[in-house]
Design a binder for this molecule. Structure first.
Ligand SMILES: Cc1cc2nc3c(=O)[nH]c(=O)nc-3n(C[C@H](O)[C@H](O)[C@H](O)COP(=O)(O)OP(=O)(O)OC[C@H]3O[C@@H](n4cnc5c(N)ncnc54)[C@H](O)[C@@H]3O)c2cc1C
Length: 430
């Protein structure tokens, strides 16, 4: 049995602790914040491949009761209200499970409750500052002066990962995408019925004149929305007060033929706009007794709708690779069967290509949101869509993304091979 130190209690940290436990190892999670940060970040959509990975952890059924089903995306042009195209958000798993939109607190709560049920400890107020490693073990040193030892340290510490820098000091910095993220939830009785004009489960995505946004309605009649205003060097809306922020956002959508201005006005708490980054590729995901999972290894732009699902896939793949690895087997750097070194090599080999393809895919999805000329972009897109729908292969185009399955018992990696997407250069989104 390995003693594992998991740094970070986001989706990847909690899911990894559960996966390590399933593989027969002990895990403790260390989180920099003083307590659960559930409210931060609003909501997200979990794709079907994320649900498939959750099934391995025994959590799919419970997760499928959270939030609400959002299997379809419909695109519209804000200036005219014209409907452009519909997409499926990955279709359904054989048991009917579809993508679902849920609050972060629901997802974290699910993972935390399960961790606690399995006796996995989460220690808050523990910000990792450095790591020392010997052939026999690894020691995490925290900002509060305490330290703790183990056999393996997992960096689940997000976009600005400290563990990533410890593994490879020359790791590049996160790549900026010039879009801001904001959003909120409108309580049911706040707007006249029918304001949002969406079918249940339909994510209405609008390419507005000045801003991309999306809204959807849950079964209780609440309206959930997010918006991606362009990030301009000349303004910093993150500093606006609540009223000013509402006015600024309403101004961005005022010229569109959609109910978005009313939706924004009726939102009690709007998430303060924050910047978007992704992380295309780093030289290495593991070294010695340290390894990365989730955003620390491969952050995708929110436009991929995949970050949380990929984090859960990482967790399951890492746990699977570490099955049967014994702390006393050998030095972490050895690559023989049953060693930590061999398991980490296998994990990275199975995950890197897929994760990097998803990052690139997310960047491509962000590109039309960044371009000013939405109309021209969509005229192109409509043509493409027509040809796509004529092709019987259309739905299969995304099998590599949504039909990925990790078989815990199998030695082979599963799923479809990720396409090799040519990489855009830094800042080349537009
Ligand atoms: C606006 C937005 C919308 C998104 N929408 C979606 C979506 O619809 N679907 C989807 O699948 N994904 C979405 N994502 C992406 C998804 O949220 C992330 O990919 C996912 O949450 C990554 O989880 P993580 O655990 O790897 O990292 P994080 O959630 O960043 O967690 C890292 C944790 O590590 C802790 N930490 C950091 N440094 C240290 C340290 N030194 N010591 C100890 N602890 C530390 C942090 O406090 C944090 O709790 C979205 C992201 C954004 C920004």
């Amino acid at each position: 049995m390995l003693q594992c130190l998991v740094i970070g209690s986001g989706v990847s940290g909690l899911a990894t602790a559960l996966s390590l436990h399933k593989a027969g190892h002990a895990a403790v999670v260390f989180e920099a914040y003083g307590g659960p940060s559930d409210g931060v970040g609003g909501f997200l959509t979990l794709a079907v491949n994320g649900f498939d990975a959750l099934e391995t952890l025994g959590l799919k059924e419970t997760a499928a009761e959270l939030g609400f089903s959002t299997p379809r995306m419909s695109m519209y042009l804000g200036s005219t209200g014209r409907h452009l195209i519909d997409f499926e958000y990955g279709g359904a798993l054989p048991d009917g499970t579809t993508a679902r939109t849920l609050t972060r607190s629901e997802l974290y709560g699910l993972l935390r409750t399960e961790a606690s049920r399995r006796g996995i400890r989460i220690e808050y107020g523990k910000r990792l500052s450095t790591v020392t490693e010997t052939p026999d073990g690894v020691t995490a040193v925290f900002d509060d002066g305490t330290s703790t030892g183990g056999d393996l340290l997992i960096g689940a510490d997000g976009l600005r990962s400290a563990v990533r820098t410890l593994i490879e000091p020359r790791s590049p910095s996160p790549r900026s995408i010039p879009l801001l993220n904001t959003g909120g939830i409108v309580p049911a009785p706040s707007l006249p019925p029918g304001t949002a004009d969406t079918a249940p489960g339909q994510m209405k995505m609008i390419f507005g004149k000045r801003c991309f946004y999306c809204y959807m309605q849950d079964p209780e009649g609440r309206i959930w929305w997010f918006a991606n205003p362009l990030q301009q060097a000349t303004e910093d809306p993150s500093q606006l007060g609540p009223g000013e922020l509402k006015d600024w956002l309403t101004g961005l959508v005022a010229a569109d033929r959609t109910p978005m201005a009313s939706i924004i006005s009726a939102t009690p708490d709007i998430i303060r706009p924050y910047s978007t980054f992704d992380f295309p590729s780093i030289p290495r995901w593991h070294r010695g007794r340290m390894v990365l999972v989730g955003d620390a290894a491969h952050a995708a732009s929110p436009s991929s709708g995949q970050g949380a699902s990929m984090a859960i896939e990482d967790a399951v793949t890492l746990g699977r690779a570490l099955q049967g690895v014994d702390a006393n087997a050998a030095n972490a750097n050895t690559v023989g069967t049953g060693t930590i070194g061999a398991a980490l090599m296998r994990y990275e080999a199975e995950r890197r290509g897929r994760a990097e393809a998803v990052v690139e895919w997310g960047r491509r999805n962000a590109a039309p949101k960044v371009r000013g000329q939405f109309k021209r972009v969509f005229e192109d897109l409509i043509l493409k869509a027509v040809f796509r729908s004529l092709s019987r292969k259309a739905a299969k185009d995304f099998d590599w993304l949504y039909r990925h399955h990790i078989d815990w018992e199998s030695k082979d990696s599963a799923g479809f091979e990720a396409p090799v997407l040519p990489r855009a250069g830094t800042g080349d989104v537009a």
